[in-house]
Each structure stands twice: as C-alpha cells, then as structure tokens.
Design a binder for this molecule. Structure first.
Ligand code: NDP
Ligand code: 2IT
Length: 444
C-alpha cells in the first residue's frame, strides 16, 4: 500500500467520528501524492504524514456563564494547536452551536497549509465553542467571552498562540476576550488579532478576507484571460467575508446578485446594496428578510438556493459543505467560469472534482481566503513594533500577498504536472515549506 493510502487508513481509523476532519485530510493527502511518492522513503522514516495529521495538542474545557435570567449555562471550549513548525499557532475562534472537536480539527489542519501559503511566519491552530451568539444580549456575550478567556488564557500568548475571529466571533467578541486576557495576565500584548483600532487592531483587517478573496480571484482570472469587469457574481453568506467580498467585487466592476444566511437567501437583480447589507448585518444584527423588505429589487427565498442563479463567478462565503454536487452541476450548466472559496471547505470533494473536470477555475479556501490570516500576521507585526500602518499600506501588502499566493500555487501545480489544478498546487506549496521546517527541527 502506498504511504498516502496507509496514512489515510490510519487517520480514518483513529478519527472515525470526525467526518469534516477526515474530509480535509483526504483532500490534502490525495493531492500530495506526487510529492509524497517522490520522497516516500524519507517521509515514511520521518513519519511526516502521521505527524502532520496529529495535532500538537487539543485543549477542551468547560465554559460556565450566567444568562440574563440568572441561570448558569455551560458550553464547551476548544483550542487545537495543530502545528507550529513555521511560527506561533494562529487561527480563528468559531462560536456556533455546530462546533465540535472534529470541526475545530479540520479548521486547524487547513490552517497549517493556509498560513504557510501566506509566506508569513505563522503556524496552524483553531478554536471556538458550541456557544450560540444569536439572540444573546451584550452582557451575555461578555459573560461568555470572559469565562472562555479565563481558561484559554493559560494556553495562548503573543509568541505562542494568537487566536482571532471566525464565524460568530467579530470585533465585539475579540474586545471582550482581549480585556479579560489583559486582566488575568497583566500583559498588554498582541495575543489576539482582529482587535479594535483603538487598542492595537490593524486597519484593513475587517475587510481583509473578502478583499483578499477578490484579489486572488482577479489574478486567477487574469492568468486565464478573463477579468472581473461586468461579471455576474453569486455570493453565499452575509457575514464578515461575504460583505467585504461583495464590496470589492463591485469595486472591480462586477455585479453581485445574491447573499444568504442560515435561514434563507436574497436575489437582488440590481446588485447587492452593500451599505444596506452592512446596516442590517453589522449594525442591527438582523436577518436578511430586513434587507429584502427595504429593497424593492430584492427577492427573499427561504432555505438554500444561491447556486441556482446564473452567474459567471461563484464565491461561497458561509460555511463548510454548502456547495454540493447538485449545485456544482447547476453552476456548470449555467455557464459558471470560476469558483473561489471565501469560506473554509465550503465545496464538497465531489463538487470540487465535478467543477474541475468541467473546466471551471477552482481556487481552494486555503489560498483564496488566506487574506484574513495574512492581515492578522501584519497586525502581529504592527503590535511587535508598536506602530500602526495606514490602510493603503496594509491593503497593498495584502494585494501583494494574494497575487504571490496565486503564482506560488500555480507554479507548484505546474512543477508536478498538474497545471490548472489549484487544489493540488495550494496543498503542495503549503506542505513543502512546513515539511522543510519540520525536518530541520528534528523529531519534536
Ligand atoms: P460570520 O459569522 O461573520 O458570517 C457567517 C455567515 O455564514 C453568516 O451569514 C451565517 O448565517 C452563515 N452561516 C454560518 N453557518 C452557517 C450554516 N451552518 N449554514 C448556513 N449558513 C451559515 O463569519 P465569517 O464571515 O467570518 O466566516 C465565514 C466563513 O469564512 C467561515 O467558513 C470561516 O471559517 C471563513 N473564514 C473567515 C475568515 C475571517 O477572517 N473572518 C478568514 C478565513 C476564512 P447566520 O448569520 O444565519 O448564521
Ligand atoms: O479561517 C481563518 O483563516 C480565520 N478565521 C482567520 C484567522 C486569523 O488568525 O486571522
């Protein structure tokens, strides 16, 4: 049996109850075959694949907090520190009722390669909780965040592990967590990114994931003889990534006609009104029905359906496994030319394969959404030098990083005879750097 098959079997046996983690491992290892085959003896001896698929440590803890009725609530907190071969663990904190260890592990595993692709010195980690922020008062959010950080503070630090936002964790939550870290540790340091601008945050971090997604998409289109101008774009989600992806797509001359949330989706024939979307989602924290009610050109539909709309470019920006094989078929039938993942693993393995086989350009999340974490690393740099850079400076570095990521993965794919397979290219380019660092540092 080949080394890749052996390790997939081993990981499957050890993590049978973690489907998302297994999905992520299979996708990565399958596409690393050419690299692993070329180095099989060495990698086997060094147990590189066993080591890279087993987190350095997985921390799980109780998060007790008191709700507005005086009732004690208990959630489960997680931090998976996956691999720190190239830098301190870095990755977001997801607050969503669906969170479990397998989901945090899949996200942490993806983060290793994503962070490597940024070319910045950051390792892979992820955390979060099954806490549901929806419908909670500000005081309840603060109570949860303080309790969560009371335990998490033992395991993180500016040179050790630097968490950030993800689904359900935005500037408000990061603020409460930062305050509690500072109170417990008595240290004012860049232990979290995505901070507010008044206490060490970076300009352009809020926009970075969505903007970065468009910078990479634009470069991918350019290298394939296309551009964003006048393209019809379907976006899913209506959170941080979706909002700023919509904004940048429109700045580049495209028309974004859909957004969604977990209950429904909007088709807006005039193009999404970003100011209204921000008002509904960032200020009122309301549902998309409010967007549709305020906008005559918008139709609201319950359930899923974003991918049924005819588009040139599809940008899934909500959550994992939200673009299925049937959606991929519909997109191809409707003439979609490119899919780039703003979310982490939003496209199933079968859907990805179908899109690639049918000539759709496909940029995987670990490359396409890396602008968020890359800008987090720029926030860490600014915190270290106790300076802050202008929006233009950060944004231009972000553009450079995204263009560079695309060319690195394109070159890696070509080097292994897989031209145009950007999934393989991203995994190979991300993996090569981490493995080199792991080998140099010995068996640790
Ligand atoms: P937000 O919490 O800001 O927004 C998430 C959006 O996705 C909301 O519209 C939400 O709808 C929807 N959504 C979440 N879960 C589900 C679900 N199970 N089914 C349907 N819709 C869902 O999160 P972000 O925008 O920050 O994150 C979106 C994706 O991007 C995630 O995959 C995240 O891991 C990834 N990502 C985020 C980065 C960042 O910097 N923020 C960086 C790189 C990747 P509702 O409000 O109804 O729950
Ligand atoms: O998935 C991700 O890359 C993020 N949620 C951002 C992580 C970060 O550290 O900014």
């Amino acid at each position: 049996m080949s080394y890749v098959d052996e390790v997939i079997e081993l990981v499957t046996k050890k993590n049978a109850d973690q489907p998302e983690f297994l999905q992520a491992v299979k996708e990565v290892l399958e596409s690393l075959r050419p690299v692993v085959d070329a180095n099989e003896e060495l990698y086997r001896k060094e147990a590189i694949l066993e080591r890279i698929t087993e987190p350095d440590r997985q921390i799980m803890f109780r998060v007790p907090w008191v709700d507005d009725q005086g009732q004690v609530q208990v959630n489960r907190g997680f931090r998976v520190q996956f691999n720190n071969a190239i830098g301190p663990y870095k990755g977001g904190l997801r607050l969503h009722p669906s969170v479990n260890l397998g989901i945090i592990k899949f996200l942490g595993f993806e983060q290793i390669f994503k962070n490597s692709l940024t070319s910045l010195p950051i390792g892979g980690g992820k955390g979060g909780s099954d806490f549901d922020p929806k419908g909670k008062s500000d005081r309840e959010i603060m109570a949860f965040c303080q309790s969560f950080m009371t335990e998490l503070a033992k395991y993180i630090g500016a040179d050790m592990d630097v968490p950030a936002g993800d689904i359900g964790t935005g500037a408000r939550e990061i603020g409460y967590m930062f305050g509690q870290y500072k109170k417990i540790k008595g240290i004012y340091e860049g232990v979290l990114t995505g901070k507010g601008l008044s206490y060490g945050g970076s300009l352009a971090r809020t926009e970075a994931t969505g903007y970065g997604l468009l910078y990479l998409t634009q470069e991918m289109l350019k290298c394939n003889g296309m551009d964003m101008k006048d393209k019809i774009v379907c976006i899913s989600g209506s959170g941080n990534v979706a909002i700023y992806a919509t904004q940048k797509a429109q700045q580049l001359g495209a028309k974004v006609v859909t957004v969604s949330d977990s209950t429904g989706w909007v088709y807006d024939s005039e193009g999404i009104d970003v100011a209204l979307l921000k008002e509904v989602k960032e200020v009122k924290r309301a549902r998309l029905t409010e967007y549709a009610a305020a906008r005559p050109s918008a139709e609201y539909h319950e359930g899923r359906g974003v991918w049924s709309i005819t588009c040139d470019i599809a940008l899934p920006c909500a959550t994992q496994n939200e673009l299925l094989l049937e959606d991929a078929k519909q997109l191809v039938e409707n003439g979609c030319k490119a899919v780039a993942e703003g979310a982490n693993m939003p496209t199933t393995l079968e859907a990805t394969e179908y899109l690639q086989k049918n000539g759709v350009l496909f940029a995987p999340g670990k490359a396409a959404n890396a602008g968020g974490v890359a800008t987090s690393a720029l926030e860490m740099s600014q915190n270290s030098e106790r300076l802050s850079w202008s929006f233009e400076e950060v944004d231009s570095k972000l553009q450079g990083i995204m263009v560079n990521i695309f060319h690195n993965l394109d070159a890696a794919a070509k080097r292994y005879g897989k031209e145009g397979d950007y999934v393989a290219g991203a995994n190979i380019a991300g993996f090569e750097k981490v493995v080199e660092a792991m080998m140099a540092q010995g068996v640790v």
